[in-house]
Design a protein around this ligand. Structure first.
Ligand SMILES: [Zn+2]
Ligand SMILES: [Zn+2]
Length: 297
């Protein structure tokens, strides 16, 4: 078990969050130029550092929402990271509490924004879209549910939506325009690598979440449902590579549900996992994907 002092945790994470944010902006500045120069081979650059940085921002955004980082202004960084990932900050903020209280049920609006889909064909189509589009698909549907359900609608502010649109336009438009001025790239040469990065990042984040919760509908108390959350076993090269790119998101995710007050994600193997903890490999995850694509769930 690693010895982590209280002073080390915030300092290391503060440096990392600042480094990840700054490097992401530099990446967005350079990726259109790399795309023009390397064409199809720019995919390697998009995966690393692009998707790697996208996943890093995603885990930090989630951690700022939980206010895990004691030495920074969590609310400010939560907003900034949301906009840097081209997200409306209100959606995750409204949906995430249900991911904790209703985990592994159809009432979790972050994971199952449309609830249970009874029609078999529609369920297969829904699962297919979720698998090939990732979080882009679930976030759009969660936005729809939040803005249409009377109870959730009350929490959603159109004024905040306008702020988030303006901030996203400033960040993405500002960096894209700077890239145009420096490298003489066209609008399409800017937008295409940005869209590919967001799509691949959205896939990496969502497949982490599907490893943890995909096809997992449990009836029972919160404690029982938390414990059934799955974790990725770092047994092979592909599992280790995936955990590296996604910053160990699914390595000990069940602990995040069992003890949400513990900031565990960056400190792998520092906490004891419960005896009943569920681990799966990529091979077992493929069976889950197959069940989703045949509409079993
Ligand atoms: Zn959480
Ligand atoms: Zn979860």
């Amino acid at each position: 078990m690693k010895d982590i002092t209280k002073s080390q945790i915030p300092n290391q994470q503060t440096i990392q969050i600042l480094f990840a944010s700054f490097t992401w902006l530099i990446y967005l500045l350079f990726v259109p130029y790399v795309y023009v120069q390397l064409k199809i081979f720019s995919l390697f650059f998009i995966i690393f550092p692009g998707v790697y940085l996208f996943c890093w921002l995603a885990v930090f955004m989630h951690e700022c929402w939980h206010e895990y980082l004691s030495s920074i202004h969590n609310k400010f960084f939560y907003l900034l990271l949301s906009w840097m990932m081209f997200l409306d900050h209100q959606v995750f903020s409204i949906a995430h509490p249900s991911h904790h209280s209703q985990v592994n049920t159809y009432k979790d609006i972050e994971f199952h924004p449309l609830g249970k889909i009874k029609n078999h064909l529609l369920r297969v189509i829904y699962n297919f879209c979720e698998i090939i589009l990732g979080n882009i698909f679930t976030v759009i549907l969660a936005t729809y549910t939040i803005t249409h359900q009377p109870q959730l609608k009350k929490q959603y502010s159109h004024q905040q939506l306008i702020i988030s649109i303006l901030m996203r336009m400033m960040i993405w438009g500002g960096i894209g325009y700077s890239s145009h001025l420096i490298f003489q790239v066209t609008t399409a040469q800017i937008v295409i690598p940005y869209v590919i990065t967001c799509w691949m990042g959205s896939l990496a984040v969502h497949h982490s979440e599907l490893i943890e919760h995909g096809n997992l509908i449990i009836e029972g108390k919160l404690e029982e449902r938390n414990l059934k959350t799955r974790n990725l076993k770092p047994s092979g090269i592909w599992e280790r590579l995936f955990l590296f790119i996604t910053h160990n998101h699914s390595l000990e995710h069940s602990l995040h549900h069992v003890s949400p007050k513990i900031y565990n994600r960056p400190f792998a193997y520092a906490n004891m996992m419960p005896d009943e903890t569920v681990y799966i490999s990529f091979g077992e995850y493929l069976i889950i994907l197959k069940e989703m694509l045949t509409g079993k769930f």
